[in-house]
Design a protein around this ligand. Structure first.
Ligand SMILES: C[S@@+](CC[C@H](N)C(=O)[O-])C[C@H]1O[C@@H](n2cnc3c(N)ncnc32)[C@H](O)[C@@H]1O
Length: 344
């Protein structure tokens, strides 16, 4: 028996092992303890579009981006499966990291099918799905006594797959280009046009944005929505949700080392990795360009070189942003490059 176990163990080692891991909806702190442990142990992390780069940056494994960002190699699902098998075949511990939960519109089911067929050992680690993240970070209960006793998760894409279940609350994923079609389908199904609706973009991230209205109003307004976004429909949505606990926190951009002591009860920290941007560093440029200063309240520069790196991508700073610096040299560099006022 003991010998068999050893053989199994070495065989397992030779074949590697795959963790299908949910990364949560965006806030890096919404990763589970188990997922964090596995990511620390992994040799390779294959991660998707919706996984925050801040989160992935914390781990030392080889990181392979499998999403669809512009300028990046685009992996089709078959290529992702092959990549997982290749690394597992080399005996590596592979973490396949997916936004939200792997089994909610995450294609986790397809990936384990391939692992099963190839005799590769695996585990699945659930993640906080976008609906749960958006619900908590906007104060929209998905169920609520006397108001909502059922909830459904649906897809808004493709249009041919839009379903309208008879639940009190409905959460639609993948609605960025189909909001109008979804609202239309819900009204066609006979839902009262006074039913409350919320669109939550970038849920749990520093740039979370909420648009609210009623079904009837939203249908007329047909707001433009950018991905990732969820559409929530149901009367547990109150019209005061813009003023939620998360929106009240200041968004603090930390450029460089995070040595600034700030109360996490008041601040959301957003990290800017200070690095010279080389022309061919598409991945880094993409992440940096994605930073939306409209949502930032304060910036902290930890060194003069961080001021210079930041200036490479952002030539000006909106006046309303409060700037803090680590020391006098950093302050001098900031004044030189941005000729702005520093709140030191
Ligand atoms: C392919 S699905 C993946 C869902 C993911 N597995 C989950 O459990 O959240 C992608 C969709 O999830 C939703 N989504 C993911 N993260 C989001 C976020 N932070 N804010 C709003 N919607 C999000 C959007 O509807 C997006 O189009």
């Amino acid at each position: 028996m003991k010998v068999d176990n050893n053989i199994q163990g070495s065989d397992q080692q030779k074949r590697g092992y795959v963790y299908i891991v949910g990364a949560g909806p965006g806030d890096p702190e919404l990763l589970t303890i188990k997922a964090a442990r596995v990511l620390r142990e992994a040799d390779v992390i294959l991660y998707d579009d919706l996984v925050s780069s801040d989160l992935v940056a914390q781990f030392s494994a080889l990181k392979i981006y499998t999403g669809k960002r512009k300028d990046s190699h685009h992996f089709e699902q078959d290529a992702i499966n092959e990549e997982i098998l290749r690394h597992a075949g080399e005996g590596k511990i592979v973490a396949r990291l997916k936004g939200g939960d792997p089994f909610i519109f995450g294609r986790g089911g397809e990936e384990i099918e391939v692992l099963r067929q190839n005799g590769i050992g695996y585990e699945i680690i659930p993640g906080i799905t976008a609906a749960h993240g958006a619900s908590a970070y906007t104060e929209i209960p998905l169920t609520m006594r006397k108001i909502s006793s059922s909830v459904a998760f649906c897809t808004g894409h493709p249009v041919s797959k839009i379903q309208v279940p008879d639940t009190d609350t409905i959460v639609y994923y993948m609605v960025a280009s189909t909001v109008y079609e979804v609202l239309d389908a819900v009204v066609q199904k006979g839902r009262d046009e006074n039913t409350a609706v919320a669109i939550v973009q970038n849920a749990t991230r520093y740039n979370q944005k909420i648009i609210t209205g009623t079904l009837g109003e939203m249908r007329k307004r047909a707001p433009s929505v950018s991905s990732p976004a969820l559409l929530l429909i149901g009367d547990s949505i109150r019209q005061v949700i813009e003023d939620n606990w998360y929106s009240k926190k200041k968004k603090l951009l930390i450029a460089g080392e995070d040595s600034m002591i700030s109360n996490t009860r008041d601040f959301i920290k957003v990290h800017f990795p200070c690095k010279q941007v080389e022309d061919d560093d598409h991945d880094l440029t993409e992440n940096m360009e994605a930073l939306d200063l409209d949502f930032i309240d304060e910036i902290y520069f930890s060194s003069p070189s961080c001021v210079r790196d930041f200036r490479q991508l952002h030539k000006t700073l909106p006046n309303r942003i409060v700037v803090k610096t680590a020391d006098h040299d950093t302050q001098a560099e900031y004044i030189k490059l941005f000729s702005g006022n520093v709140d030191h």
